[in-house]
Design a protein around this ligand. Structure first.
Ligand SMILES: Cc1cc2nc3c(=O)[nH]c(=O)nc-3n(C[C@H](O)[C@H](O)[C@H](O)COP(=O)(O)OP(=O)(O)OC[C@H]3O[C@@H](n4cnc5c(N)ncnc54)[C@H](O)[C@@H]3O)c2cc1C
Ligand code: FES
Length: 277
């Protein structure tokens, strides 16, 4: 059992849990994730390790309540426990000194970007971060991102905070101004990651995305997280989750993410209160 030490609501429907998991905290690296089950009937939920503390043996999970399982998770309180937490899973981000690294997080994608941006900064890079959300109330980790970035741009779709528009706008401005960019890392909705890939592609700027296909076992055995990268089948759980954005088949990824849409809608009708799934 994995005891939840602290819970916090970061924005509407987005929660942060600090969970006691000493063995995971000891080994995990930026870019890796865990798969948890709240109880014996629970679905497996992959979540990025948004932060970790090796001294206290804790990891931080930040999640958006989108469907039954994440809502069930969100009902847990500090002092209660999660049944299983498997990890760390996936490959760590390739952290090195590249020069200027642009770290882009959209919506809940800011959570996985945060430890990566921090690691790039610690490795001596100039980190320019761009974070965005639909509106100000949905923005997360602004202070934390500011602390690990040389420059932070904030965008909102409705203009309630920062630049009115999309996260790709400050990136386009940097390119138009002739700023030297050595690496871009983008994490967020698939449509956003595809947008970033299309902005950087003509300039040959190396761009990495962290993919979130549907996952089941997280071990490369079930095939659930198959993605086409450079016309080759890859499994995001063991070959990723990070991939070269210019090689990813985003259209195929979107289609696979919609595979269980009808089933998920049915489940949501019961509000996640039952154990029918
Ligand atoms: C490597 C990885 C890291 C992730 N990190 C985070 C994170 O840090 N914070 C966060 O909020 N979310 C993260 N996600 C997404 C999160 O796992 C899904 O939102 C969650 O599983 C949805 O479950 P649900 O039953 O509440 O919603 P559902 O009603 O089942 O689905 C809602 C949406 O989530 C997608 N989804 C459902 N099950 C999965 C699954 N097993 N894997 C991936 N997507 C799924 C569906 O296609 C749908 O678009 C991550 C996913 C992956 C693969
Ligand atoms: S989750 Fe099963 S192969 Fe990746």
């Amino acid at each position: 059992m994995y005891v939840i030490e602290k819970t916090e609501e970061l924005s509407q429907g987005v929660k942060s849990f600090i969970v006691k998991a000493p063995r995971i905290a000891k080994k995990c690296q930026p870019g890796q994730f865990i798969i948890l089950r709240t109880d014996e009937d629970g679905e497996r939920i992959p979540l990025t390790i948004a932060d970790f503390n090796r001294e206290t043996g804790t990891i931080t999970l930040i999640f958006q309540e989108v469907g039954c399982s994440t809502r069930q998770l969100g009902r847990l309180q500090a002092g209660q426990a999660i049944l299983d937490v498997a990890g760390p899973l996936g490959n760590a981000s390739h952290i090195d000194k590249f020069g200027t690294v642009v770290c882009i997080g959209g919506g809940i994608g800011v959570a996985p970007v945060y430890p990566i941006a921090r690691a790039y900064r610690e490795a001596g890079n100039k980190v320019v971060s761009i974070i965005g959300a639909r509106n100000e109330s949905l923005l997360i980790l602004e202070k934390e991102m500011a602390a690990v970035s040389d420059i932070l741009h904030v965008t909102t779709d409705d203009g309630s905070k920062g630049h009115k528009g999309m996260v790709i706008d400050p990136l386009k401005s940097m390119i138009a101004a002739g700023e030297k960019i050595d690496l871009v890392i983008a994490i967020g909705p698939v449509v956003m990651m595809r947008g970033v890939a299309e902005v950087t592609r003509p300039y040959g700027i190396k761009t990495i995305v962290s993919l979130n296909p549907i996952m089941v076992d997280g071990t490369g055995m079930c095939g659930g997280c198959r993605v086409s990268v450079g016309n080759t089948n890859k499994f995001a759980c063991v070959d990723g989750p990070e991939f070269d954005a210019h090689q990813v088949d985003f259209t195929g990824l979107m289609a696979r993410q919609r595979m269980y849409l009808e089933h998920e809608k049915e489940e949501r009708k019961c509000g996640g209160e039952c154990s029918c799934h």
